[in-house]
Design a protein around this ligand. Structure first.
Ligand code: HEM
Length: 159
């Protein structure tokens, strides 16, 4: 559910974004092209074709090394997504589109290992967002146990 990301996961995510972000307009264009080509049903959800790619990845890159501190924001972000019309199953669909976009932009610089790491990171964040947006009684318990575990691990890393 929720866990602290490893140093390798953090550095892979940041390295990818360091290469993509200087040319973010091109990556954004490709992301929407890939998304709407494969899933045209999402088109009406996006009011401006600018906000998602850049803001979502910047958010992930900034918060990846301190999940507990971004959780209050993540919970609100998750609820906003419900209002945007996003459904639980949509989280499964966007991950592969994001990976295709990175492959298109980065070519050989985006290895299969990088992709695996990104998918893991995206899956963790998606699960957290899903647990806030579409809560079930048992996800609340898992969330609290996981949050305690992450806090404890952060404390150990700091000492
Ligand atoms: C880990 C997963 C995701 C993250 C971190 C994320 C993050 C964000 C952020 C930061 C924004 C900017 C607006 C705001 O702060 O409310 C946003 C907007 C949005 N997101 Fe996501 N998102 C995720 C998954 C998804 C998925 C699966 C969909 C489904 C298609 C989606 C659809 C949207 C839409 C429709 C908007 C509004 C954009 C607009 O008004 O044009 N997001 N997202």
């Amino acid at each position: 559910m929720l866990r602290a990301f490893s140093k390798k996961e953090i550095s892979t995510v940041r390295r990818t974004w360091d290469i993509v972000s200087p040319n973010v307009d091109h990556a954004t264009e490709l992301f929407y092209q890939n998304l709407f080509e494969a899933h045209p049903q999402f088109k009406p959800l996006f009011k401006s074709e600018e906000r998602h790619f850049d803001e979502a990845i910047s958010f992930l890159v900034d918060g990846i090394d301190d999940l507990p501190s971004v959780l209050p924001y993540v919970s609100k972000l998750a609820i906003r997504h419900v209002h945007y019309g996003v459904k639980e199953a949509d989280y499964l669909v966007v991950g592969p589109v994001l990976m295709k976009t990175f492959r298109d932009v980065l070519g050989d610089q985006f290895t299969r290992e990088d992709e695996k790491i990104w998918l893991r990171v995206y899956a963790v964040l998606s699960r957290v967002m899903i647990s806030y947006a579409y809560p079930k009684w048992w996800t609340r318990i898992i969330r609290w146990i996981a949050l305690l575990a992450v806090r404890r691990k952060s404390e150990v890393q700091l000492n």
